[in-house]
Design a binder for this molecule. Structure first.
Ligand code: 5RP
Length: 226
């Protein structure tokens, strides 16, 4: 089960985003320690009478939502998601985003793409002038992963197979994650396309022109909606 960490800045950004949720909405639930606070707040508002249904972006978020009594739907039940609230690892000034630090990037992107509004919630440390200091997560199929990693190297990064308990980390979709150290990403739009053209790649953690709003929590307790 995911937990929130004790960063007040994450919690306040998350709680501000939840103010955008209205009765009757289908809500996308993000993944990670910032999204955790949004899910908790949605649970609180539901106890006060808010009537929504939600779709989760990971097994972790699904378990958390079930534990606090949020009704869940799947894509067989709905045609679109009204609003999705999700965290991020980096956000640049054009609102291009790196996601996938928690390994949920594929479901997060599917839900984001189905959403009328994507609200990204971050603490101030995630705002950057240029993406890429955070290693870019890339979800790949297991077959031929060594070759896929080699192809990623040719795009100018150092690819690292993500591990958990000394074994390859497995996504909810049964795939591997490669964390690609680029240092700095000059052309995120182009890089996104180039990575996804490599056979074996399922998707990468660049979310280009997908965020509709970015809400930032600051250490001094203030919140800014960009
Ligand atoms: C999970 C994600 C998370 O939203 C991202 O890693 C941020 O996590 P946190 O809110 O814990 O800092 O993309 O795949």
């Amino acid at each position: 089960m995911i937990t929130g960490d004790d960063m007040e800045s994450k919690r306040i950004a998350a709680e501000r985003a939840v103010e955008y949720i209205e009765d009757g909405m289908i809500v996308g639930l993000g993944t990670g320690s910032t999204a955790y606070w949004a899910i908790q707040k949605i649970g609180e508002r539901m106890k006060e009478g808010l009537d929504i249904r939600a779709i989760a972006t990971s097994n972790q978020s699904e378990s958390l939502a079930k534990a606090i009594g949020i009704s869940l739907v799947s894509f067989s039940d709905i045609k679109a998601v009204d609003v999705t609230i999700d965290g991020a690892d980096e956000v640049d000034r054009q609102w291009n985003v790196i996601k996938g630090g928690g390994g949920a990037l594929l479901r997060e992107k599917i839900v984001a793409a189905a959403s009328k509004q994507l609200i990204i919630i971050i603490d101030e440390r995630k705002l950057v002038d240029r993406l890429g200091e955070f290693p870019l997560p890339v979800e790949i199929v297991q077959f031929g992963y060594e070759m896929t990693m080699h192809k990623l190297t040719e795009l100018g990064c150092r690819p690292i197979l993500r591990e958990k308990d000394k074994k390859p980390f497995m996504t909810d979709n049964g795939n591997y994650i490669i964390d690609c150290e680029f240092g700095s990403i000059e052309k995120p739009v182009e890089l996104h396309k180039e990575i996804n053209m490599i056979p074996g790649v399922v998707d990468n953690g660049l979310f280009i022109h997908m965020a509709d709003q970015v809400i930032v929590g600051f250490e001094d307790g203030s919140v800014k909606e960009l």
